[in-house]
Design a protein around this ligand. Structure first.
Ligand code: HEC
Ligand code: HEC
Length: 163
């Protein structure tokens, strides 16, 4: 009798495992699929550019690229890291949101200029407002914000349905 109950348990355990499986192999949700295609698209462009600048990754960005104002003095590979894992990811977009992907030096897209202005805004908030906030900013506590603080994966924070 005891044995029968045990094997019943074993059978229900197996059935529930089988029943759980489809959820792990089920097709990805629209959101996940979109995220995957963004990741692949960014990686494709970064790979192309890395091949084109091979051997110059550690040089200052302005010696490697054509139109550098913000990242002067930063290694070229760091600029690419920020583009891929910082800005693009924070905004939930790929490179083409801010760039003509046939000419990355071009500023023809409006978001290229906005990104530059956002950098200035973030700098002002961090250095002039947060860093001097009485009783909050101390030598052990340096409150800072970055692109993701607001954007959190959306180009239009607070208005997620706009693209
Ligand atoms: C939110 C807007 C934005 C996104 C998204 C973005 N970029 Fe940029 N990118 C810029 C801005 C602004 C600059 C200029 C930086 C400077 O002035 O130092 C730049 C500069 C560059 C440059 C230097 C071009 C040159 O010749 O001067 C490269 C290369 C580049 N980005 C690649 C990428 C890649 C690859 C991606 C995607 C993984 C990407 N960017 C995503 C805004 C963006
Ligand atoms: C204090 C909050 C805040 C921070 C921090 C912030 N942004 Fe924004 N950003 C906004 C708001 C608000 C908008 C306007 C969204 C809208 O139009 O609905 C915006 C819009 C943008 C846009 C235009 C999006 C589009 O498709 O029209 C770009 C590009 C952008 N931000 C880049 C950046 C980058 C890069 C950083 C980090 C250097 C950054 N932002 C940091 C609040 C912020």
């Amino acid at each position: 009798m005891k044995k029968a109950i045990l094997s019943l348990f074993a059978i229900t355990a197996i059935i529930s495992l089988v029943a759980l499986r489809p959820s792990t192999t089920a097709p990805k949700s629209g959101q996940d699929a979109r995220e995957d295609s963004l990741i692949a698209d960014r990686a494709k462009f970064v790979k192309q550019i890395k091949e084109a600048i091979a051997g110059k990754e550690k040089l200052p960005a302005e010696q490697v690229f054509k139109n550098i104002k913000i990242f002067k003095g930063r290694p070229a590979e760091q600029l690419l890291g920020i583009m891929e894992n910082g800005w693009s990811k924070s905004l939930g977009v790929s490179c083409g949101h801010c760039h003509n992907t046939n000419d990355f030096a071009s500023e023809e897209k409006g978001d290229h200029a906005i990104a530059g202005q956002m950098v200035t805004m973030v700098g002002k908030i961090n250095d002039e407002l947060l860093a001097t906030m009485p009783a909050y900013a101390t030598k052990d506590r340096k409150p800072r914000l970055g692109c993701s603080t607001c954007h959190r994966g959306e180009a239009h924070p607070g208005r997620p349905n706009r693209r």
